[in-house]
Design a protein around this ligand. Structure first.
Ligand code: NDP
Length: 286
């Protein structure tokens, strides 16, 4: 039995980027270069960092990228008009609007305005509905990345008890669905859950997707569990850190993802995966 094995998301993401680079080269030979538009409204510094990472990954794989930076005071109408242009733009196969958006813009209306076929984040209600009902869909990037990490680490899911802490539309809910689809038995916990540790201690697979520094400690895990840490928080010293107290939990568990270097890079790799998939669909139609 392995002990405290680190799931190397960074390394796995690099491997996936290499695979995608080959696919991209094939597509370019067929006359289609996959293209991703990244829309950033305002000056949020965390968002700027994420967006830079996404553009850099595109360049590495040979995916064309377009960064659309709009001022903080952009109106919803202006943003919707820009999205409409991107929907029509044949060089763009994926559209990503970086969240959060400034208060004057409704993220729901913006997401609904993206052509579902270009919704490589998988946030459009059509994509979410496809996922829920078991149809082909763009899988949301973070949940998809988590699934890939588990599979590449040889972790069996069938019949296992997976406990997911967090029920957001972008992480908690879809990762629960994907784990269930892999025949795990899934428990979803959230801010109103009573005695959280009584659930998390039963987990064979524990996914922490809350956004609270070190909220999962040694008392929350079962010996030999697999722990996936989605959280991106700042430690009191200002360092990037997850929801899991890595040092305290690692000796108890069989596998654990680090922050940074775990779920984050895999999320970006899956964004490229969806963009390449979208371009492949277009190539097969022409
Ligand atoms: P949200 O804030 O949308 O959701 C947080 C969830 O945690 C909610 O469902 C909330 O419950 C639950 N929660 C809050 N407090 C508690 C508590 N005390 N006990 C149990 N559950 C609680 O966050 P996201 O899902 O968007 O993101 C979660 C974290 O993951 C963040 O740190 C974010 O930065 C990170 N993240 C990382 C990504 C990556 O690529 N690595 C990608 C996306 C997110 P309720 O529903 O009841 O309010």
């Amino acid at each position: 039995v392995s002990r405290g094995e680190i799931i190397d998301g960074k390394g796995m993401a690099a491997e996936i980027r290499l695979e995608l680079k080959e696919k991209t080269e094939t597509l370019v030979q067929q006359g289609v270069r996959p293209g991703l538009a990244v829309v950033l409204v305002g000056e949020d510094s965390a968002s700027q960092t994420y967006v830079r990472g996404k553009i850099k990954a595109c360049n590495e794989v040979g995916v064309y990228s377009e960064l659309i930076q709009l001022p903080e005071d952009t109106s919803e109408k202006a943003l919707l008009a820009r999205i409409d242009q991107l929907n029509q733009d044949q060089s763009i196969h994926g559209i990503l609007v970086q969240l959060p958006l400034p208060a004057q813009i409704s993220p729901d209306r913006v997401i609904a305005a993206i052509d579902p076929e270009k919704d490589v984040d998988g946030f459009h209600p059509i994509q979410a509905g496809r996922l829920l009902t078991g149809l082909d869909a763009y899988l949301p990037c973070t949940p998809h990345g988590i699934l890939r990490m588990l599979k590449r680490s040889g972790i069996a899911l069938e019949g296992k008890h997976a406990v997911v802490v967090g029920r957001s539309n972008i992480v908690g809910k879809p990762v629960s669905l994907l784990l269930q689809r892999e025949n795990a038995t899934v428990t979803m916990c959230h801010s109103r859950t009573r005695e959280l540790s009584s659930y998390t201690r039963q987990a064979d697979i524990l996914v922490a997707a809350v956004g609270r520094y070190h909220m999962i400690g040694a008392e929350h895990v079962k010996e030999g569990a697999v722990v996936i840490d989605v959280g991106m928080n700042r430690s009191p010293e200002g360092k990037l850190a997850g929801d899991v107290d890595f040092e305290a939990v690692r000796p108890l568990v069989s596998h654990i993802t680090p922050v940074p270097g775990g779920v984050g890079p895999m999320t970006i790799a899956m964004l490229l995966y969806n963009t390449v998939q979208s371009a492949q669909r277009v190539a097969s139609l022409t």
